[in-house]
Design a protein around this ligand. Structure first.
Ligand code: ZN
Ligand code: ZN
Ligand code: ZN
Length: 95
């Protein structure tokens, strides 16, 4: 039997980007990284990428090995950026 919830690629908060979503079998639905971070009690601040108040994960601007410079991005923006980078099709769709 197929999970009918698989077609529901969407978090309760409205996040629909596949890179930000994780399927939670115990809840039979997708939950985004920001909502999971919030449940873990992650520190929240204004994300420098999407401008919303979300759980923050520092992003290394020029790469962890090159520089200690970081910006405050929410976890969802982070996942979209990093996973998107490995998929050229997503890079080309950038607007
Ligand atoms: Zn969410
Ligand atoms: Zn963000
Ligand atoms: Zn990063």
């Amino acid at each position: 039997m197929l999970f009918s919830a698989i077609t529901l690629l969407r978090c309760e908060c409205g996040e629909v980007h596949p890179a930000a979503l994780t399927f939670k079998p115990d809840r039979a639905r997708f939950v985004c990284a920001n909502c999971l971070g919030r449940e873990r009690g992650a520190r929240e601040a204004v994300c420098a990428r999407c401008g919303k108040i979300e759980p923050i994960h520092n992003h290394h601007v020029r790469g962890r090995d090159v520089s200690e410079d970081t910006v405050e991005w929410c976890i969802n923006c982070h996942q979209k950026y990093h996973r998107g980078r490995s998929v050229q099709a997503i890079e080309k769709r950038k607007n």
